[in-house]
Design a protein around this ligand. Structure first.
Ligand code: ADP
Ligand code: MG
Length: 320
């Protein structure tokens, strides 16, 4: 971008001094200069959200900002990382200062919740797209990987799944919903809560984890493939919210819970005893950890419903 680019950066994106003492040089110079802690490793992830693909132009700018960071933070959660820094490459069709301020406010609200700093980025003109890179720390002893699942592990899901798909359906179709249910599901799509605290608790105690961005079956499938194991899942125990069931009924809500993306919950595997301890630890915080099945030696994903195997028609979202 040309005119006003630097005013926008200095006035909005680099307006505040860094929160963190490990940011030696924040946004404003050619590079950020950062001090990773001794004795830990850096976990890095980048994600892009494109208007018309990941969100519609009906989504409020603050929510676009929040959700872009939330999606990237969810990857840090799935590795058991502690978030620290973010960079932001933003492509916008025009220099709409009101839009940019609201976008930044949404982004910064979540960054501040996790004690993070936005340490740099890029601003260009073009169709609306948001790329967020996040940096966090994991113990040298090991991050939480997709590849560690073992036969006998429980398969566990945080919170409820399918809600974001339900929220998206509410924005696209005229679903006859009460205002309360509609707002609940829409919030689950637009304001997902990255499970940072659970992820950090899992690091060192769970065997494998992934965040659910493309759908439970597809994302669990990645754990199975990389761990060279299989799983038996009880479809009835996959956690679904009351609004999702009420609006979409038993069949559709189950399909959304198994295959709907964008929930940004975690799916992980751990020893049965570890699950009991984790459930006790997170009871007070209100994050449910639901046991949905078992890791087995035989490869493949077997989904059981009321004692009989079912076929899942669609596994989840793929871009290509
Ligand atoms: P350069 O041309 O040297 O890459 P830029 O003109 O792209 O630098 O950016 C100038 C400074 O502003 C850099 O420090 C960059 O990290 C920061 N910056 C640019 N865009 C953003 C943004 N959207 N959010 C935060 N910092 C940004
Ligand atoms: Mg430069």
């Amino acid at each position: 971008m040309s005119e006003g680019e630097f005013d926008i950066i200095e006035g909005i994106f680099a307006a505040h001094p860094p929160r963190r003492s490990d940011v030696h040089v924040g946004a404003g110079d050619d590079c950020a200069v950062l001090a990773p802690p001794l004795g830990r490793r850096l976990a890095v992830s980048v994600d892009t959200m494109v208007e018309g693909v990941h969100f519609t132009n009906a989504m409020a700018p603050g929510r676009v900002g929040y959700r872009s960071l939330a999606a990237s933070l969810s990857d840090l959660a799935a590795m058991g990382a502690e978030p620290a820094w973010a960079t932001l490459a933003l492509t916008v069709p025009r220099a709409d200062l009101v839009w940019l301020r609201e976008f930044h406010a949404g982004f910064d609200a979540l960054a501040s919740e996790h004690g993070m700093d936005l340490v740099g980025g890029d601003l260009t003109r073009g169709p609306l797209a948001v790329t967020v890179q996040v940096h966090g720390f994991v113990p040298c002893a090991g991050a939480l990987l997709r590849s560690g699942a073992r036969p006998g592990d429980r398969v566990v899901v945080t919170g409820t799944v399918g809600d974001a798909a339900g929220g998206l359906a509410c924005t696209l179709d005229s679903v006859p919903a009460s205002e309360e249910d509609r707002v609940y599901l829409l919030n689950r799509f637009e304001r997902p809560e990255p499970r940072i605290a659970v992820g950090q608790a899992l690091c060192g105690s769970a065997h494998a984890a992934i965040d659910i961005s493309d759908g439970l079956l597809q994302d669990l499938g990645h754990i199975l493939r990389l761990s060279h194991v299989g799983a038996e899942i009880d479809a009835e125990s996959v956690p679904r919210s009351i609004p999702l069931r009420r609006l979409f009924g038993d069949e559709d809500s189950l399909r959304m819970a198994l295959s709907g993306g964008d929930d940004y919950e975690l799916c992980f595997t751990c020893a049965p005893r570890t699950l009991t301890e984790l459930q006790r630890q997170f009871r007070a915080s209100g994050v449910a950890l639901t046991d949905i099945g078992t890791i087995v030696e035989v490869k493949g994903l077997q989904i059981m419903r009321r004692g009989a195997p079912i076929m899942a028609a669609q596994q989840g979202f793929q871009h290509f």
